[in-house]
Structures are given as C-alpha cells and as structure tokens.
Design a protein around this ligand. Structure first.
Ligand SMILES: [Zn+2]
Length: 238
C-alpha cells in the first residue's frame, strides 16, 4: 500500500497517454480493412535487380501481396479536422489511416475496405473471350456499360467478380471498345509512414517508465491513382 501511495504521489498531475485506450478507440471506431502485406518477388534477377516482366506471381511489378488479414483502420478526414493537415496539401485520393501498433503495416502494403464502395470507370476492348473480359478491379455493382453513347441493356451482360460476360445478342462486335461505370471496393496503398517511431513512456501506476507503442498513422493513396501500378489481379475470382 505504501508503494502505491508513493506512486500516486509521483504521478499526481501527470497526464499519460494510455495506449490501450487508443487501440480500443481505433478498434471501436475504425472501418473494417483487409490488410495485404507486400513482399518482394523472388523473380527479381540477382544481376540486374529487375523483376521478370512475364512473372505470373507479381505481374512484373517485383512484389506481390499475401492473402490478407482483417483489421480495423481509422480513416482521418483530409479536411484538417482531425489531424490538422491543411486542405490542399494532400494529393487527390490521399488520406491518413490510423492502425493499432499490433499490426506492423509496411510501406507499399495494401488496404481494402470491403464494406465501402467507390466509383470506378474503365475502357476495355471486347475480345469475345467466353470467360468474359477482365475488368481491372472487382466489380461490386455494375452501373452502366456503353459503346460511345449507346447503353448496353443490363440483361445483355453478366458480371462475375472482375469479369464481364456479354450475351451473344448484346450487339457488341469483337475488337470494339466499350466503357464501364461500376462500384468497386476502395483499394489503397501505403505510400508513407510519417510517424513510424510513434510511442510514449507510460508511468502511471508503474514503478518504472515503460515504452509503449501508440497506434501508427499511415499515408495511403488510392491504388488506381498511383502511377505505374498494374493492380490487375485485385480480388481476381479465377
Ligand atoms: Zn515476380
């Protein structure tokens, strides 16, 4: 008891961060995220240091993603309310995510938000593939398919994961270009870890100060807005 009183006296007036509470806050208020870790691909040549552009694993990117783990990520508004990031300082499609330090999220890792939807539009060439034409991203809901200004009726095609399969009477010719407007799952890539070494000494109620890591903040950017990203294998279903 005497020791406790002494500690109480030492700690009086001291405001410690409580890492457990931060983690709890992120867990309770964060969005569900599928965290895929990026890893260099073994196709990278020892002599040139370049990836194999025909590599089936990484698609020539030089790195691939693991199967992913479901975590919670607190997305901070880029309007400056939460983290005083001045408006206009951030690039389009860039935001901050706060994640428990329990998860060692790395540079280039991918975060997918399965409960959210984002709009995506793409132009493709109809190749007449019986398995369907491959969309760049997983299609959660197709909105419109058009050839120039002609809308292809909804009952003239089917969407399966990231493939669109046209019916024979869809009125589209092999070699013809078509555009799609769809909802997909937002996919973000970690582009910076501004506070990698974020932590605090915790003294309250303990004999010695203990270093505790705080949840980390990550700068993330929409994958489709990143330059030189292929990303074609996102949530492929086949
Ligand atoms: Zn590879």
């Amino acid at each position: 008891m005497a020791e406790r009183d002494e500690l109480y006296a030492i700690n009086l007036g001291r405001v410690d961060f409580t890492p457990g509470d931060f983690d709890k806050f992120v867990y309770q208020h964060g969005a569900k995220a599928l965290w895929e870790r990026s890893m260099l691909c073994s196709c990278i040549s020892e002599s040139s240091g370049q990836p194999d552009f025909t590599c089936p694993n990484c698609d020539g990117k030089g790195f691939s993603y693991d199967e992913g783990k479901v975590i919670k990520a607190l997305i901070n508004n880029a309007d400056g309310k939460k983290d005083s990031v001045p408006v206009g300082l951030l690039d389009v499609g860039t935001t901050l995510a706060t994640i428990s330090s329990e998860f060692r999220v790395g540079f280039r890792d991918r975060l997918l938000f399965p409960d959210m939807r984002t709009v995506y539009s793409q132009v493709l060439t109809y190749k007449g593939n019986p398995a369907g034409e491959r969309l760049k991203y997983y299609c959660a809901e197709m909105q419109q398919v058009r050839v120039l200004d002609t809308k292809i009726p909804e009952d003239k095609y089917e969407v399966n994961g990231s493939r669109i399969i046209f019916k024979e009477d869809a009125g589209i010719q092999v070699g013809e270009r078509f555009s799609v407007l769809m909802y997909t799952i937002p996919s973000y890539i970690v582009i910076d870890i501004p506070h990698e070494l974020r932590g605090t000494f915790v003294k309250m109620g303990r004999v010695t100060d203990t270093w505790e890591e705080l949840p980390k903040q990550y700068m993330i950017k929409r994958e489709d807005l990143l330059p030189a990203t292929r990303g074609g294998n996102l949530l492929e279903t086949d």
